[in-house]
Every structure is written in structure tokens, then in C-alpha cells.
Design a protein around this ligand. Structure first.
Ligand SMILES: [Zn+2]
Length: 379
């Protein structure tokens, strides 16, 4: 039996293989404290039942580990509850089986997504900057690209590189922008959407935790002196690009591994009362117009000053959505949390996360399109 992680997004530290029992843990690298991302591949275990025992707990979410038997093309949750251990019976004649704490998403998946939209005139790929380790950090613009738009919208993902499910939501949101719904046509005519799919590109490809990276992670790097090329380049880009037209900015995240608040979708409330009101408006529209299977209730939003959304959580530095509130003209700046595996009892996976992204796109249309429509005049 061979256990490897030398591929994009791979992460595991194997401590001991003792017969059919493997002791292992996430490779935390430069993480402050513990986090739970891991992703490895097993070969040479055909027809055996292997027990995987993690020496860190918890590292398995609400629906167990994600498993792929086709080289990472498709994944399903094994279904063996939260905790730190699982067993797996490898089918006969299996070459390799992949296991991951989440459903992984790296540049390979993004490239596959883009290839499905090759030559679409409403999409344009670009480069934000080069990462510390020399990787291109991609941008995607879509919608109103050849005229001055009425609104600009910014979507960022993977400030915390392990939070993979939101990358599928981003795909769904782009799909909405390119789709047949009447709101989408309005969006393409009036809105320029800029997406940054991988705010921590090196972490995504190398399989880092990203969250609580020392000395601070990418989403605590928005005070005056940023240390990451991506966050510095994004701030510079926004100051040139927004031009008073940036109305909505959404930073996509996944919460902690499991547990009550971590098993529902929610918006993270801003300290400013005015911005909180706008978050409530957008999330209210999302609740009313959503069509996908994942439940969303605006009552699950997390007001500032409650649970983890308090000043002490931002001691390492300002987060992106707080910084975005300082951009002139911005109406909604929000972090949105999408659970890894379970949203109010419904399964989160690539498809349901995509459908949530489409719901988010429709809600942005509802927010911008309705408020921008000519008002009816009295007769
Ligand atoms: Zn996060």
C-alpha cells in the first residue's frame, strides 16, 4: 500500500502504517494552531479494508471524507460522520483511490470549467499578479466588457485556500451570468463582474491549510502594510477599476469543519449599521429568489459582535470584506460562508454548491436590477 500527496492540492503526514491500520494527520506546515485540511491518494490496497486513524481530531466533517475512484474527476462523501477515523474497503482491481477532507478544487478544475466556456464573448481571462512562488494569479471578467457598465461586482474566493466548496459556487455564479434567465441578460448588459478564483494561489496548488497561516493569513492582510502579492495587487486593481461603480463585493468562504453554525449558509455581518442593512437586503432577496437545493435563511446571518464575528477575530489584521467597505460607492461588502458538507441537513457537493452560486447570481441581479430599474411614475 502506498500513500502519496505529491500532486496539486495534496496534503498528508503519514506517521505509521501497521498492517491494515494507518496513523496519519494533516500537514499543518506554517499554520498557527490546528486546522483540518488533508488530501491523499492510496494505491496498492486492492481488496483490502484499511483503517485510517488520524492523530488530530476533528479532521473529518459532517458527511465523512470525500472519496474519488476516478482520479479526482468525481467525488462523493463516504458518509461516516464527523471525527478522526474512517475505514474503507478498496474494491478489487482498483489502481488508486483519493480521499480528502473536502471536495478538492485546484487550477485543474478551474481550467476544466473555463474550457467549457471557450470562445464565449462574455468572458475574459486575465492575470492579477504573480504569486510569491511564481504562479500566475488569474482573473475572470464577465458581463458588460466593452462599454462602461452601470455597476461593477467583485467576487473573490480562496483567501483561505482550503475552502474549496466555494470554488464550485463561483462556477455556478459565472454560469448564471452566462445563462438564459432574464436577469442574466440584464446583468450582461449592465454589470461587469470581476472574479478572482484563487486569492492564495500557492496555497491552493500546494495543499496548504491557508487559514491562520503565520504571521497572518491572506484574509487578515488588509491593513496598511500587506505582505502577499495577491492582496496588494487586488487593492491596487480595485482602486483603479472601481471608479465609483463597484456596488457589490462578495468574499466566498467556508466555515469551521462541522457543528451547528458551521452547517448553514450565512452572511458575516459588518460592523457598520449601514452596511449590515444592505447585507440584510441582499440576503433577503437571496432567501426569496433561491431555487437550488441548499437552504438559505437570512436569519442565520451572523451580526457583528456575536459568536466569532467580534473584534478579537481580526486582531491579526483587517479582513478583505472590512477593507472593501472603504471603497467609495460600495453598497454591499460581505463574506458569505458555505459549509463543507452539510447545509441545514442537505448535502453540499459540487453540484449543490454550484446551484447555490447560481442562486447568489440571481440575488445580485435582484439587488442591482430591481433597485436600478426606472421607477414607476404616478398617473
Ligand atoms: Zn475563510
Amino acid at each position: 500500500m502506498t500513500i502519496t500527496c505529491d500532486f496539486p492540492g495534496g496534503n498528508i503526514a503519514v506517521e505509521q502504517i501497521d498492517g491494515d491500520t494507518v496513523r496519519l494527520r494533516p500537514d499543518l506546515r506554517d499554520t498557527e494552531g490546528a486546522w483540518f485540511y488533508w488530501h491523499f491518494r492510496v494505491s496498492g490496497a486492492s481488496d483490502r479494508t484499511v483503517h485510517f486513524e488520524f492523530t488530530q481530531d476533528p479532521v473529518i466533517g459532517a458527511r465523512g471524507p470525500a472519496v474519488s475512484t476516478d482520479g479526482g474527476l468525481t467525488w462523493s462523501w463516504l458518509g461516516t460522520g464527523p471525527g478522526h477515523r474512517f475505514s474503507y474497503t478498496f474494491p478489487n482491481n482498483t489502481e488508486a483511490v483519493s480521499f480528502c477532507m473536502t471536495i478538492p478544487y485546484t487550477m485543474a478544475e478551474w481550467t476544466r470549467f473555463l474550457s467549457g466556456h471557450a470562445n464565449n464573448p462574455h468572458l475574459r481571462s486575465g492575470i492579477l499578479c504573480t504569486s510569491r512562488k511564481g504562479r500566475p494569479v488569474e482573473t475572470l471578467t464577465c458581463g458588460c466588457l466593452d462599454a462602461v457598465p452601470q455597476h461593477r461586482v467583485l467576487i473573490t474566493a480562496r483567501h483561505h485556500c482550503c475552502e474549496t466548496l466555494q470554488s464550485f459556487a463561483l462556477e455556478g455564479l459565472i454560469d448564471y451570468m452566462l445563462g438564459d434567465e432574464p436577469g442574466a441578460a440584464w446583468m450582461r448588459a449592465h454589470v461587469e463582474l470581476l472574479a478572482i478564483p484563487f486569492m492564495d494561489k500557492d496555497g491552493v496548488e500546494e495543499g496548504d491549510q491557508g487559514k491562520n497561516r503565520r504571521p497572518r493569513d491572506h484574509n487578515r492582510d488588509y491593513d496598511d502594510h500587506g505582505i502577499y502579492p495577491e492582496t496588494l495587487a487586488l487593492r491596487s486593481k480595485i482602486s483603479r477599476w472601481s471608479n465609483g461603480l463597484l456596488s457589490v463585493g462578495i468574499d466566498l468562504h467556508c466555515p469551521w469543519i462541522s457543528g451547528v453554525i458551521n452547517e448553514c449558509i450565512y452572511f458575516v455581518g459588518q460592523p457598520s449599521e449601514e452596511k449590515w442593512t444592505e447585507q440584510q437586503t441582499l440576503s433577503g432577496i437571496l432567501e426569496k429568489t433561491k431555487q437550488g437545493p441548499l437552504p438559505f435563511h437570512a436569519s442565520n446571518n451572523l451580526p457583528y459582535g456575536t459568536s466569532w464575528n467580534v473584534a478579537s477575530s481580526y486582531q491579526k489584521g483587517r479582513c478583505f470584506s472590512h477593507w472593501l467597505c472603504t471603497v467609495p460607492g460600495i453598497r454591499v461588502s460581505t463574506t458569505v460562508e458555505l459549509p463543507y458538507a452539510n447545509a441545514e441537513g442537505i448535502e453540499v457537493n459540487a453540484n449543490t454548491a454550484r446551484a447555490f452560486g447560481t442562486d447568489l447570481g440571481r440575488a445580485i441581479y435582484g439587488y442591482l436590477g430591481q433597485s436600478s430599474a426606472p421607477r414607476e411614475t404616478g398617473r
